[in-house]
Design a protein around this ligand. Sequence first.
Ligand code: ATP
Length: 436
Amino acid sequence: MAEKQDLMEKIVSLAKRRGFIYQSSEIYGGLAGTYDYGPIGVSLKRNIERLWWKRFVESREDMYVLDTAVIMPEAVWKASGHLEGFTDPMVACSNCKSRFRADHLEDKNKCPSCGKTGTLGEAEQFNLLFPVERGAAKGGTTTGYLRGEIAQGMFVNFKNVIDSFHPKLPFGIAQSGKAFRNEIAPREFLFRVREFDLMEFEYFIRPEDWEERFEYWRKEMWAWIEEIGITKENVHELEVGADDRAHYSKRTIDFEFDYPFGRKELYGLAYRTDYDLSRHAEASKENLAYLDEETKQRFVPHVIEPTFGLGRTVLAVLVSAYAEDELGGETRTYLKLPAAIAPYRAMVSPLLKNKPELVAKAKGVFDVLKKEFGNIAWDDNGNIGKRYRRQDEIGTPSCITIDFDTLENDTVTVRDRDTGEQKRIAIAELASMLRA
Ligand code: ATP
């Protein structure tokens, strides 16, 4: 356990040191449960999101995408059941005033913060939605809510998508974006925060097909987990029991990951039935039924929802990629990230910074690669060993060095991050090597 705790500390410290993730508003003491992504973290996060988009949207013909508003009116959350049911059980300590999730307590009689026994009161349900006052008129404002899940934006636009595109069942509506939850006890770095990114889709189906579609998306989620470089052996399915399922779900599988702080949810796969569309149809008085052109049947489609937390993905990817070994007699740290999501695909550097002919040649190579790949780093700081170490820590798969031989024969050394091995490659072959 101490080793695992140590791993978490190492990851948090690397994330800060190398510009992946910072505590939000840190110079003011930090805002609990919120993090900011730094330059390297933004690249990692965007690459993951881009890959998700490519796999689940662009490579398919049955997905329609949206980008919906973050603030939604009270009526939406009332109809969706979130005003009533989007709650966690909370207990407060009468001694130190700390608050906890009642279902996360190891010892129900002992306060985990001050250690006193018998000071935790009765559990009460705490709603996680963030209310927002909208409008400027005194006494005339209305209450909206920051979205606690991005799904509702897709349900309330179901009719718009149908009317514009007349999609045939089954089809999905996908989006990615921020969600907000007033978590009782945010903790474990990116794992439980109050503001986070989600990537998900609502997949609309005929009711009788739900088991088959559920199985299909379950397999697709595993394929994604593999593609993204999360250690498969550390992911486990959990069949969520009826008492623990969200209010809208008839079947849920959680994909749990072995984080250094324990086995906890990474993703969810839920069968939401026709719950959301039916509730919105009833509350809005809009007809949200689907007309099957072939059978002329009219019915409310059912929904399978695979949901992917982006922050938890970043964390699981970092935990899976983090490695230490001995190289050249020294201990080194590196991130064995898949090339498709590494913040930089490659780093280019002149062997010596003070040799203008090497620098000019290296700049030429850098410019060509940068134009094609975009995420190419330039590093001429410190000696070459230091540059390699730096790139290892941010997971750059290849380091390209321009030396005196390059000036003679247009070849460069390419160093592999994982093995530390170097080979000589012609400049003309670099782009195809990086593309592979
Ligand atoms: P938990 O039981 O951990 O509170 P949940 O069951 O409420 O999670 P869902 O409603 O299924 O979570 O949320 C969908 C996804 O959003 C989760 O699988 C997870 O990846 C992500 N997620 C949920 N809550 C948070 C949070 N507070 N911080 C970061 N990611 C989150």
